[in-house]
Design a protein around this ligand. Structure first.
Ligand code: NZQ
Ligand code: ZN
Length: 387
């Protein structure tokens, strides 16, 4: 295991009916921006619970943060906060609303072109930020307990990541009953996103981090076990709670401690959302299996371990176990109703490999992944395998 330091300051408040605890967790006398998405919270009762629990605060609402949140939209919230001297943000939604609020948090006190916070990585250097808490409505991204975000600039079709230790939520409320109103498509997305987050921190090479491997495998197995069941029965509170906690645990920092990580599936996949507006999780399902195939030799030992421990594949040669493990992964995505080819989502895919190549080159992304091998050429080949 490699040396590491770890601090995750986010307070998690888990359980049915816990949204009422907002009143105790938002700092007293705060002027609050209540930020949410397209309105699902008004239909499922979450909005009413939030309003009831924040009645002692001065609350300004900002709605309309879209999936894959737009820089252009978020800047309107930044202006609102600046004009009204708001000093706390409450994000109520899925990863998009929470990520959007992380960006808003960074941008309010930044003087300059706010896109530089993302593109030039300046968010990490921003000293004064607006604190925020969250009420999670979609288990998927782990944004509720991590310090990263992803935003899209529509004007240039760029979807880019940013982060820094200042962007951990102060608290996040995880009430599993909120998922009852999720469309099946979004539950499936959540399962695949969380699954891939684990894989990005697990499917690398043998490193001796026994506890990290076992934790990763337990989350993967839990997702395999409960994912389809939650889709069938989202009102089962125990299943819903386990899905929520799996998704949070998949990307709250624990799995990466002392071990190599990959993240190249995500970085390639973001381009597919930027270009074609495909749901984040679906872009991962398109790229991940082909990336595993392309980097088969590098990842083989771990693929074998994954095949044996997560999928119970036994009694065959290592190569067969590793190959079957990839096939099982694809079949799992399909079983959730998630297509795994780019051409399933768009007819306009032919030039995608070249665009990804150009963008990687432009950003000087020459060596992503656990062995720093994934540069423009490999990214292009992986995308082309995914057509
Ligand atoms: O906008 P509303 O009306 O609320 O509807 C949303 C949205 O249309 C709906 N929804 C959310 N909760 C609901 C609900 N509908 C009914 N009932 C509920 N309880 O679901 C739709 C999708 O929401 P969104 O927030 O976009 O989904 P998700 O949580 O999957 O977030 C995706 C975003 O997070 C980023 C992705 O790239 C993408 O931009 N990610 C963030 C990460 C992070 N911060 O660590 C890591 C991830 O890898 C990911 O990149
Ligand atoms: Zn993801």
């Amino acid at each position: 295991m490699n040396a590491f330091e770890f601090k995750n300051p986010t307070k998690i408040i888990f359980g049915e009916g816990e949204i009422k605890k907002l009143s105790d967790n938002i700092p007293a006398n705060s002027k609050v921006l209540l930020a949410y998405g397209g309105g699902s919270i008004k239909k499922n009762g979450v909005y009413d619970q939030v309003i009831a629990a924040t009645r002692n605060f001065e609350v300004t609402e900002f709605s309309g943060i879209e999936p894959n949140p737009h820089f252009e939209t978020l800047m309107k919230a930044v202006e609102l906060i600046r004009n009204k001297n708001i000093d706390f943000i409450l994000a109520v939604g899925g990863g998009s609303v929470i990520d959007g609020c992380k960006f808003i948090s960074a941008a309010v006190y930044y003087q300059g072109d706010e896109w530089d916070l993302v593109e030039k990585g300046l968010a990490r250097k921003q000293e004064k930020v607006v604190p925020f808490g969250t009420v999670l409505t979609l288990p998927a991204t782990g944004s509720e307990m991590n310090s990263g975000g992803v935003v899209t600039k529509v004007a240039t079709q760029q979807k880019r990541t940013f982060g820094g230790p200042q962007y951990f939520p102060v608290f996040s409320i995880l009430d599993p009953t909120v998922i009852q109103s999720l469309p099946k498509r979004q539950i499936a997305n959540g399962v695949v996103d969380a699954f891939t987050h684990v894989m990005e921190q697990y499917l690398t090479y043998n490193h001796g981090g026994i506890i990290q491997d076992r934790m990763a495998e337990s989350i993967l197995q839990t997702l395999v076990e409960i994912g389809p069941a939650v889709m069938e029965n989202p009102s089962d509170q125990n299943l819903a709670g386990n899905l929520m906690w799996s998704a949070t645990m998949a990307l709250n920092g624990f799995l990466r401690l002392g071990v190599p990580t990959d993240w190249s599936t995500h970085m390639i996949a973001h381009e597919l959302t930027a270009l074609y507006d495909i749901d984040h999780a679906r872009t991962l399902a398109i790229i991940a299996p082909n990336l595993y195939k392309k980097l088969f030799e590098d990842k083989k030992d771990k693929l074998v371990q994954y095949g044996k421990r997560v999928w119970n594949i036994q009694g065959e040669s290592d190569i067969e176990v590793a190959e079957k493990a990839i096939e099982k992964t694809i079949a799992f995505f399909h079983s959730l109703g998630i297509d795994t080819k780019l051409s399933d989502y768009t007819n306009n895919y032919e030039n995608t490999g070249q665009i990804v190549y150009d963008r990687f080159k432009e950003r000087n992304w020459m060596g992503l992944g656990e062995r720093q091998k994934v540069g423009p050429e490999l990214a292009k080949e992986i995308v082309e395998m995914s057509y």
